[in-house]
Write a protein that binds this ligand. Structure first.
Ligand code: PNS
Length: 166
């Protein structure tokens, strides 16, 4: 069984992430979406919320599950017996950071491969940060995130707007 890990912050999970995951599912037997618990970074959603949303989106897929992880990615990959890390590439601007990440991971765990998948052109400029910005100011994110994530974002920003008005 070929297990791959698809790591990231996923704050939140977007249609671009889903596109990469669907492509990876054609290559690997089982994929673990590994949600990083950032020790320092302030995320919009808690690790539990991010994992919950992703598993809700993927509930029909038997071969994909999300869980959160701490520490080094390579340690997590070894723990779950993954043979590869999946990363999506959107534009040339992603390349330098991804090269750094995959080189460090290769140094730390030579047995682990990083597999880069190109996202669809329509998602080239989509990012979690853009989605958060649009949603924060009440913009429509329907085409950017799965419906389950959209609902969660509406709940989050709706509550915040109500709190701000008080
Ligand atoms: O969605 P992101 O923020 O681009 O994902 C980055 C991620 C989670 C893949 C990366 O930060 C990571 O693997 N963090 C875990 C710590 C680690 O292993 N660092 C060493 C490689 S630099």
């Amino acid at each position: 069984m070929r297990i791959a890990v698809y790591p990231g912050s996923f704050d939140p999970f977007t249609n671009g992430h889903l596109d990469i995951l669907n492509r990876a599912a054609k290559i690997f037997d089982y994929i673990i979406v590994a949600v990083l618990v950032h020790p320092a970074k302030q995320c919009l959603f808690s690790p539990e919320q991010r994992v919950g949303m992703i598993n809700e989106v993927l509930k029909e897929s038997e071969h994909v599950r999300a869980i959160h992880f701490n520490g080094l990615l390579v340690d997590f990959c070894r723990q779950v017996h993954a043979c590869a890390v999946i990363r999506g590439l959107r534009a040339v601007s992603d390349y330098e950071y991804e090269l750094q990440l995959s080189s460090i991971n290769k140094q730390l765990a030579p047995e682990l491969e990083t597999v880069f998948l190109m996202s669809a052109m329509s998602y080239s400029f989509l990012s979690s940060s853009i989605v958060k910005e649009v949603a924060r100011y009440g913009g429509d994110v329907t085409s950017m995130v799965p419906p389950q994530v959209e609902a969660e974002m509406k709940r989050h920003f709706g509550n915040r707007q109500r709190e701000d008005k008080r």
